[in-house]
Design a binder for this molecule. Structure first.
Ligand code: G6P
Ligand code: MG
Length: 216
């Protein structure tokens, strides 16, 4: 007898690989300020809010900006990011994501999106899967960033499930920590030595099955 009632999915890196677009846009911004950062440093930006990402990048470049300038820079990055997002096609949904969402819904499990991105709705529309979620909790609805569990707790509440009845799917360490802090089970998407603490780590949702879900 299992007690899982709901699945909550992060977006970037779990449903779509927009991480590469975030990276390109941030890199362009850093270059415009006269410095660069590595793909390895970029890992630290996963799951992190837009403003916080900018602060980390400015720190790497040893650049100081006023709050007003930071807002302008964040807006510039988002404009470049959205230029790429606007070209996205439904084929860019990651392998197995749609299929697993469908399997969940077919057995009556509730599904929610739990993402820090303020662009979540646009991305879901671009890839045509808005109707596969019973609730969408994104960066416009929460104020505390992962590893704070706010986004996932709001997701559970919107689905009418208790935290312990939810399973979170996350590719960022901050997200795995947020799920654990929220008392939820978590499936890591990525590498086991990065996503420490996850109940299970898989390479992508194409490796996920209901059988594995119920065994968590
Ligand atoms: C996700 C991504 C981060 C991104 C954040 C905010 O968590 O992993 O890389 O910074 O969302 O996204 P946004 O689209 O609002 O700039
Ligand atoms: Mg992510």
């Amino acid at each position: 007898m299992n007690t899982i009632k709901a699945c909550i999915f992060d977006l970037d890196g779990v449903i779509v690989d927009t991480a590469v677009y975030h990276y390109k846009a941030w890199k362009r911004l850093a270059n415009s300020l006269g410095f660069d950062f590595t793909e390895h440093q970029n890992e630290q930006l996963k799951g992190v809010s837009r403003v916080r990402s900018l602060q980390l990048i400015l720190g790497w470049g040893g650049v100081t900006k006023t709050e007003a300038e930071q807002e302008q820079l964040a807006t510039q990055k988002n404009t470049w990011y959205m230029e790429m997002v606007n070209q996205m096609k439904p084929e860019e949904i990651l392998p197995g994501a749609k299929e697993f969402l469908k399997s969940c819904r077919a057995v009556g499990l509730k599904t929610a999106l739990g993402s820090a991105s303020k662009n979540s709705m646009t991305i879901l529309e671009k890839i045509g899967i808005t109707d596969m979620f019973d609730a969408v909790i994104d960066g416009n609805k929460v104020s505390k960033a992962k590893p704070d569990p706010e986004v996932f707790l709001a997701g559970a509440q919107a689905l009418g499930a208790l935290p312990e009845e939810c399973v979170v799917f996350e590719d960022a360490i901050a997200g795995v920590e947020a799920a654990i802090a929220g008392d939820m089970k978590v499936v890591g998407i990525g590498l086991p030595d990065v996503l420490k603490g996850a109940n299970l780590v898989i390479k992508g949702l194409d490796e996920m099955t209901l059988d594995k879900l119920y065994k968590l």
